[in-house]
Design a binder for this molecule. Structure first.
Ligand code: HEC
Length: 110
């Protein structure tokens, strides 16, 4: 009987030390490094930057714009027009050119 108690005590002690081990693992500090911020459009002083920040990242993320190859003015203009006419982006006609200026300057070729 004493022998059985001894085994019981031994396994209890072992269970407790395992529990402590698990707690120590949980408390470990993990260092991570995040990729660069891509949620927003690249900052610029041109008017089109604030227009684009207000009207180009409401339906989809800025990634859609940032990951395009360097597009020409004609292609960016076609993109903005498509967003307005096909997808219903609320972009006033007068904002199209300033938007395209910003897009060509920041994500395009002249
Ligand atoms: C009303 C919603 C809406 C707004 C506002 C909007 N887009 Fe889009 N955009 C879309 C949709 C829908 C797609 C297609 C998504 C897909 O194919 O998965 C898209 C896709 C794109 C793409 C990927 C290429 C393509 O043609 O599919 C680009 C680039 C883009 N948008 C740029 C813009 C720019 C620049 C603006 C601001 C002038 C803008 N979007 C504003 C809805 C919008």
């Amino acid at each position: 009987m004493r022998y059985i108690n001894l085994i019981f005590l031994f396994s209890l002690a072992s269970a407790i030390s395992h529990a402590e081990l698990a707690t120590n693992v949980l408390a470990t500090t993990v260092k991570i490094s995040l990729p660069p911020e891509t949620l927003f459009l690249k900052e610029s002083n041109v008017v089109g930057y604030s227009l684009a920040s207000a009207s180009c990242i409401t339906c989809h993320s800025a990634e859609y714009i940032r990951t395009q190859p360097k597009l020409t003015r004609t292609t960016w203009k076609a993109e903005v027009t498509k967003m307005k006419k096909v997808f219903g982006a609320p972009i006033p006609d007068g904002s199209i050119d300033p938007l395209v200026d910003y897009l060509v300057l920041t994500y395009g070729v002249k």
